[in-house]
Design a protein around this ligand. Structure first.
Ligand code: ARG
Length: 554
């Protein structure tokens, strides 16, 4: 709509217009669009008021009902009925496909997301990576890209030598089976404590990792078992969140793929020795990238290098994203620079998508010593609280368990995604579950209300829009913007744009719902049913893009 209006204005404007010049007034009494004419006064040597009057007098377009010149502005009022008619028709016809585009043209975008470390708790940081990465994948898909979600499991590194050593000394099978991650974490912590008194343990740990790297079958079997048990725990979380992956190739997968990369670095003359270790030196002010330790062990950076090259070969991506916390920024800058030095022009297509911390009472939620916040417990607690709310407010509801899960999990997702990912966010379960305010349940509840009217209204019929009142118009204007909103969120890799939009849309609908007696006005019922149905389509699709469900009753 904005583009059409801009074109119409251009035909009568004495000056070249740009999209940003056309404003949407906050107060809709001042029109749906406004063009301030002050910037043109100097060039045209006329007063803004006169310019505005001339434009207002000559503009003529079927979508514009009225143009007014007020204090140097051209205020434009849309032909609401015409717009509503064609918009609602097209939403109902396209249904969930409304707002999709083929901009990505099928280009593959790999998304490195979630990527927890085995034998360690799934942290709040991994939660953020999972939900932000998943939403970005859904947004890209909606815009015609082909996302490939890669869960780059942290299953390799010297810490596994320590863990093997600790398990052999102090561990037992039964405990690991009972509570894998808790038990393995305790063993790992104990290793560090005992190694302080007896440093020879460290050498044992290193030897155990070496055995693992060399393919020792006992070490591999144990490590594999730790991995299977850990993944089982992670899987329960992914099921609750409704997230799936296209690949679980983690760090260990690259164990035998690093030598060729190290050789390539050497051939290209990029590898230099530094204190016995091998590094790639980078530009001014950048610490070198550590490729091989003095004992020959490879590092996190080496594995990411091998993985990046492998992803390009396997998927031929147009973009390769890494949804990983702010604190790893340096690592990804180095990765990109090393790839650039190796002569890969696609290094430019690598992008770190960083995010902030989750705080509780202003402090980082910690997974260290005793203070483990087990994410699965947090999710369960959210579901239980949602369940309790349902029992109080809607005790006869069917599928209570299903709805409680959609609301409880949705509340956590929404409170994360509604803020820009770079911000630190405060974790407060009770606040997230409020039905008032900018929460997941608030948005879901607006949708459920709409479905309840639709059930009573008895189905869609052909409709004519005779008159659009102010409450309806606010909702219609927002529905009309959905395709642009989706595009912006996908371009900026920013799910918060969708979350904020969902809040605005739910608020507009609630004000319509509170002010218009839909069922008591049979003449307008077909049109309003179409409007409400369109609202549920777009809201449900918005929530889907955030990875959330939209129950029809709650
Ligand atoms: N496993 C790492 C961690 O928990 C995150 C891995 C991120 N992805 C990557 N390709 N480095 O910190």
């Amino acid at each position: 709509m904005k583009k059409d209006i801009l074109q119409a204005l251009q035909t009568v404007s004495p000056i070249q217009l740009e999209e940003h010049m056309l404003e949407r007034p906050a107060n809709s009494k001042l029109g749906d669009f406004a063009l301030p004419c002050f910037p043109f006064a100097k060039v045209l040597r006329k007063s803004p008021a006169l310019i505005a009057e001339e434009i207002a007098a000559s503009i003529n377009h079927p979508l514009i009902r009225k143009a007014e010149a007020v204090n140097g502005y051209v205020n434009l009022f849309m032909n609401r009925e015409v717009i509503a008619n064609s918009l609602l028709q097209s939403i109902l016809q396209q249904s969930m496909a409304f707002g999709s585009s083929n901009e990505g043209n099928g280009g593959v975008v790999t998304i490195d997301l979630s990527s927890p470390n085995i034998a360690k708790p799934f942290s709040m940081g991994h939660l953020r990576s999972t939900v932000i990465g998943n939403s970005i994948a859904l947004l890209l898909e909606k815009n015609g890209f082909k996302p490939v979600k890669i869960n780059y499991i942290g299953d390799w590194g010297t810490q596994f030598g320590k863990l093997l050593t600790a398990y052999r000394k102090w561990g037992n099978e039964e405990d690991v089976r009972q509570a894998p991650i808790e038990t393995l974490l305790k063993l790992y912590i104990r290793f560090h404590e005992e190694a302080e008194a007896d440093p020879s343990l460290n050498a044992e740990g290193r030897a155990a990792f070496k055995a693992l790297e060399d393919g020792d079958s006992d070490a591999l079997a144990l490590w594999n078992w730790f991995k299977t048990e850990s993944l089982k725990e992670f899987q329960r979380i992914y099921e609750l969140l409704g997230v799936t992956f296209d690949s679980y190739n983690g760090e260990a997968y690259y164990n035998d793929k690093m030598d060729p990369v190290v050789e390539e670095l050497e051939e290209k003359g990029l590898l230099v020795e530094s204190d016995g270790a091998m590094v790639v030196e980078l530009g001014e002010g950048m610490p070198p990238s550590l490729i091989k330790k003095s004992d020959g062990a490879t590092l996190y950076a080496t594995r990411d290098l091998a993985a990046a090259i492998d992803r390009k070969k396997t998927y031929d991506f147009v973009k390769s994203l890494y949804v990983v916390g702010n604190e790893q920024s340096l690592h990804f800058t180095q990765l990109k620079q090393v790839l650039g030095k190796m002569g890969y022009d696609w290094a430019n297509d690598i992008q770190h998508v960083p995010f902030g911390l989750i705080l509780q009472g202003g402090k980082k939620m910690s997974t260290r010593k005793g203070k483990i916040v087990l994410l699965e417990k947090v999710l369960q607690e959210a579901i239980e609280l949602a369940q309790k709310n349902i029992k109080e407010k809607n005790p006869t509801l069917a599928n209570q368990a299903e709805v409680a899960e959609a609301v409880g999990v949705g509340a956590i997702l929404f409170s994360d995604l509604k803020q820009h990912r770079k911000h630190d966010i405060e974790f407060n379960l009770e606040a997230m579950l409020q039905v008032e305010g900018e929460t997941g349940p608030y948005v879901q509840y607006a949708n459920a209300r709409a479905h309840s009217i639709l059930r009573k209204a008895g189905g869609l019929n052909s409709f004519d829009v005779n008159e659009v009142n102010d409450h309806e118009w606010e909702t219609i204007k927002l529905l009309e913007q959905f395709p642009q909103v989706v595009k912006r969120a996908s371009d900026d890799l920013d799910p918060s744009i969708i979350a904020k939009y969902a809040i605005d849309l739910a608020q507009a609908f609630n004000s319509f719902y509170g002010n218009v007696q839909v069922l008591a006005d049979p003449a307008n019922l077909p049109y309003r049913t179409a409007l409400i149905k369109s609202f549920t389509i777009v809201l449900t699709e918005s929530l889907r893009l955030l990875g959330m469900k939209a129950p029809e009753e709650m």
